[in-house]
Design a protein. Sequence first.
Length: 206
Amino acid sequence: MTEKTRPLRADAARNRARVLRVAYETFAEEGAGVPIDEIARRAGVGAGTVYRHFPTKESLLQAIVADRMHQVVERARTQAETDPGEGLYAFLFQMAEQGASDLGFSDALAGTGFDLAEALPDAEREFMGMVADILARAQRAGTVRPDVRAADVKTLIVGLQAMRRFRDDDELMRRVYPVIRAGLAVPGSPAGAPSNPDTAAGTTSR
């Protein structure tokens, strides 16, 4: 068995898991700008321990973001299968709110810190494939206009997350939500009518 494939010792595995947990919590609360040395201090390990598992800060961010992206994709697909017409709107609401509570993930989506498509091409493809899928379901259900593209949805997510994050306004999405629906809905359809965002919030979980 080579060094590359040798399983981690139990203590090394615990250290790696601790570093990932602390890094995830730190990046979520403070964004991707926190230095690795600070992550090590908060995890109670030496900086060398972190660097042995994650040679660069980018590799640590990649491990966290890849896992978070997979969680988001699975949850959004479940929502869309349950209610195709409302799945996209619920997803947008949840992602916007996540901009205030998971700064590291928001930074990754916005391309702050590293290029997501270049650093994590598989995760980016999975995420955009999910967006295209739930968008297509909503379009088939008649709740989203047919000219909206997956790239448009991602742009909207990044913008909403930035507003939610930097304006620090808990009521922001409740005011903006009806405007989003009206803009995305087929003109003249009931789907564009004002809707209670609490319904969307209730279908999601962080």
